[in-house]
Design a protein around this ligand. Structure first.
Ligand SMILES: C[S@@+](CC[C@H](N)C(=O)[O-])C[C@H]1O[C@@H](n2cnc3c(N)ncnc32)[C@H](O)[C@@H]1O
Length: 332
């Protein structure tokens, strides 16, 4: 909601209860690609509806709701972009279109329909929807795997700039990105450090469909619970540790420790839970992990304990200009 008018208690409950309506509207508009049909001028609802094969009245009503949240601007002659709706364009360098499509994917929607299971049992609700978990599901559904990869890449664009601004990667000769997805972070790091070589490690279906500049970048397919990891001076893990419960998170860090020489650094790059209980972003991610992956967001102390238990020392938590923090530790 626009503006900063404090809400009454019943309005807080009403708004949150109905948040799913705006979220689903955003998903549908992203799915239809509405933002791609709006350039710099206002587009009439009729033109938009015909371009994306929608009913003009239905489309107008969801767009009007999104405009109330600052996504698109409604005028007498149609809709115009705002800074937020531009992010739904597929060609925006920081496009969030795939992220909205990903969170609305039927497998994610059905998982949240089973959230009570996670709350009652502590187990990821996705087990009731896709028994072998998210990663196997994406492997078997390449269309959705593609949307997931695009979502990670698009949403990370701002985070990557903040990470590069906060940490000096120039001291490393070899950098391994473990669970690095499409390699967007590693590519950006190698572009910033022209002397460094990079190794991207991820599951075979991700590596097979990789479309990235391979200059000084080697891609290696494998499973970090089974296969040996590469030797490197630094290991990046962006939004990987939070995907897993403690035992699996420790197994990934132990695999890195086995591959690393003493003195090598591990860099866990993700949201770190702080004391700000009123900021719902980290807690939102935490509940997504509870239901979808079985992982969790962690405090700096929890990450430090995981690192110490798996052979790393001198943990430091480094802020970035964005929501990510860098938790650095040294292989003993
Ligand atoms: C949340 S994504 C993060 C991707 C990337 N680091 C980023 O921040 O955009 C987690 C990544 O872990 C990978 N992954 C999951 N299980 C894995 C496994 N057993 N071995 C290797 N990679 C795995 C996924 O394929 C995915 O690319």
């Amino acid at each position: 909601m626009k503006g900063s008018m404090a809400q009454q208690p019943h309005e807080i409950v009403w708004t949150l209860t109905n948040a799913v309506v705006a979220s689903k509207s955003l998903y549908v508009v992203a799915e239809l690609g509405v933002a791609d049909y709006i350039a710099d001028e206002t587009m009439s609802v009729k033109e938009l509806a015909s371009a994306c094969a929608a009913d003009p009245d239905g489309l107008d009503r969801v767009l009007r709701l999104l405009a109330a949240h600052g996504i698109f601007e409604r005028h007498a002659d149609g809709y115009r972009h705002t800074e937020a709706s531009r992010l739904l364009r597929s060609d925006h360098p920081m496009s969030m279109r795939a992220f909205s499509r990903m969170m609305g994917m039927p497998v994610i929607g059905a998982t949240f329909g089973q959230l009570e299971h996670s709350v009652r049992t502590g187990s990821p609700a996705i087990q009731l929807v896709a028994g072998n978990g998210l990663w196997e599901y994406l492997e078997g559904h390449p269309g959705e795997g593609e949307i997931f990869g695009q979502a990670m890449t698009g949403k990370a664009a701002a985070d990557i700039a903040a990470v590069l601004g906060a940490y000096d990667f120039g001291r490393f000769d070899t950098i391994a990105d473990i669970g690095g997805g499409r390699g967007h972070l590693l590519r950006a790091v190698l572009d910033a450090v022209p002397t460094a070589e990079g190794i991207l490690f991820d599951l075979p279906d991700v590596i097979e469909t990789l479309d990235i500049d391979r200059d000084r970048l080697t891609a290696r397919a494998g499973d970090f619970f089974v296969d040996p990891l590469p030797t490197a001076d630094a290991y990046i893990l962006m939004e990987v540790i939070h995907d897993w419960p403690d035992a699996e998170a420790a197994a990934i860090l132990s695999a890195i420790r086995r591959a690393a020489s003493p003195g090598a650094r591990v860099l866990i790059i993700e949201n770190v839970l702080g004391d700000a209980q009123s900021d719902p972003r980290g807690h939102t991610l935490d509940v997504i992990m509870l239901a979808v992956t079985g992982g969790r967001e962690r405090t700096g102390n929890q990450l430090e304990m995981l690192l110490e238990d798996t052979g790393f020392a001198d943990t430091a938590v480094i802020d970035t200009a964005g929501p990510m923090r860098i938790v650095e530790a040294v292989a003993e």
